[in-house]
Ligand binder design. Structure first.
Ligand code: ASP
Length: 439
């Protein structure tokens, strides 16, 4: 059995956390490939090393003195090294990094050093080989991830290496410059490595015991999700359930490798298994609820709209031209509504309205703001009578007006739109009916 284990920033923020990580790795011989993040926060108002590197580099790029910021970064690593009783020196590395900062090696290069250095420390501590992802994770000339070349190279590079530490978050471009994924991107590295070595399992170790059915900021102590499918997770992560980077599921999903979200601070907790498909019956009809506030609805009305060929295309063309993506598009006979992200829409609102008038000559356009979207997701909903009925009954009993309804054709999710001000109450009502009442 081969496992790829990725540890997030808080799992590697201090010497104490490193000890926990090493114990977890040594506990199972199969944990052969380790992907670390940069040291994260040790306490709530601490600063992540990645953020320290960004601000340090910003100073360097403005030709300002960055000695103090650089020293603080060094101290984070030496704090870990000394705390572990190691004798490792990173002086040469720090010299190179400092010189590269002065030579303006780029913000991505700067940020990537957080993972790079943490990888060096962890490899030395575990006695594992260090493999630089710059040699095997590639981006093309436009900065897009080159999945094919990466997959081939990772496979080749790691095939004879028994155990390795591979820093997360970055790779390299055609011209050898360093490029990072977006924030939280070490999750993607872990997934790429898992696919590359044909792992049996990708364990993603973080500071929570997996996904919860609902946002703990809205629901007190929500129940955990023990098993979720990739599809369900897509529906939930899209709405903002941020334990795992959204793009991290693609490499492993393609290869049929499950992901297990685990908690470094509570390693015996089961965590959440993310799988392609499962016969494990979900405990509740719904697997999870997630939502987001801050949407705007553009309602377009025109008599005989339904008979006008190409109407929808011409409407969407206006949004596309203004680079506003749409979330949903419910329609009636003579009305069509386009739901968009308010922050994205606001700056070009008037251009969109003018464009719509030009393109489809509507009878009227009306804009409604402050809409929240809530996704109720679950493989258990398929072919079950009454799920939608129960959702709407629960909302009605809570005096919540439903402004929009959308059921995905997979029967995996129902999305409801409510006023931003009803958002929390709506989630509570849905959680209560599907989880509390089913306990
Ligand atoms: N260190 C990077 C960040 O803070 C990447 C990661 O931790 O996954 O975003």
């Amino acid at each position: 059995m081969v496992k790829v284990v990725k540890f997030g920033g808080s799992s590697l923020a201090s010497a104490e956390q490193f000890v926990k990580v090493a114990n977890i790795i040594h506990e199972q011989d199969s944990r052969r490939y380790v992907v670390p993040s940069a040291p994260g926060k040790r306490f709530s108002d601490d600063i992540k090393v990645t953020d320290m590197l960004y601000s340090c580099y910003d100073k360097a790029a403005k030709s300002k003195n960055f000695d103090e910021e650089f020293k603080a970064i060094k101290e984070r690593y030496y704090g870990i090294i000394e705390g572990l009783g190691m004798t490792l020196s990173l002086e040469d590395e720090f010299e190179t990094i400092k010189a590269s900062f002065k030579a303006r090696a780029g913000r991505d290069y700067a940020a990537s050093r957080g993972e790079y250095l943490n990888g060096k420390v962890l490899a030395a501590y575990l006695g594992y080989e260090f493999v630089d992802p710059a040699e095997m994770i590639f981006f093309d000339e436009n900065g897009a991830f080159n999945a094919k070349k990466t997959a081939e190279t990772v496979k080749e590079r790691l095939k004879d290496i028994e155990r390795a530490v591979i820093p997360g978050f970055y790779g390299s471009c055609e011209n050898d410059t360093i490029k990072t994924f977006s924030r939280g991107g070490s999750d993607i590295t872990g997934s790429i490595i898992a696919a590359g070595v044909n792992a049996d399992l990708y364990e993603n170790w973080t500071d929570v015991s997996g996904f919860l059915i609902a946002d703990p900021r809205v629901i007190k102590d929500p129940m955990p999700i023990t098993t979720i499918t990739y599809k369900e997770l897509r529906e939930l992560s899209y709405m903002g359930a941020g334990v795992l980077h959204e793009d991290a599921i693609f490499p492993v999903r393609k290869a049929g490798i499950p992901i297990n979200i685990k908690n470094t601070n509570d390693p015996t907790a089961q965590g959440t298994m993310i799988v392609e498909s499962t016969c494990v019956k979900p405990r509740f009809t719904i697997t999870g609820i997630a939502g987001k506030k801050g949407f705007t609805v553009v309602n377009i009305e025109k008599d005989m709209m339904n008979a006008e060929l190409g109407f929808g295309r011409r409407v969407l063309e206006v949004f596309e031209k203004n680079k506003v993506s749409f979330e949903h598009m419910p329609s009636g006979i003579d009305t069509m509504s386009v739901i968009v992200n308010q922050a994205e829409f606001e700056p070009c609102e008037q251009e969109v309205l003018a464009g719509l008038h030009r393109n489809v000559s509507p009878d009227s356009i009306d804009i409604e703001t402050d809409l929240a979207l809530i996704a109720i997701v679950g493989r258990g909903m398929k072919s079950q009578r009454g799920t939608a009925g129960r959702i709407f009954a629960a909302l009605a009993h809570s005096h919540i007006n439903v402004k929009m309804i959308d059921q995905g054709s997979s029967e995996l999710n129902i999305i409801v739109g409510v006023a931003d001000s009803d958002y929390e109450q709506a989630i509570k009502a849905i959680y209560e009916i599907f989880v509390i009442h089913q306990l």
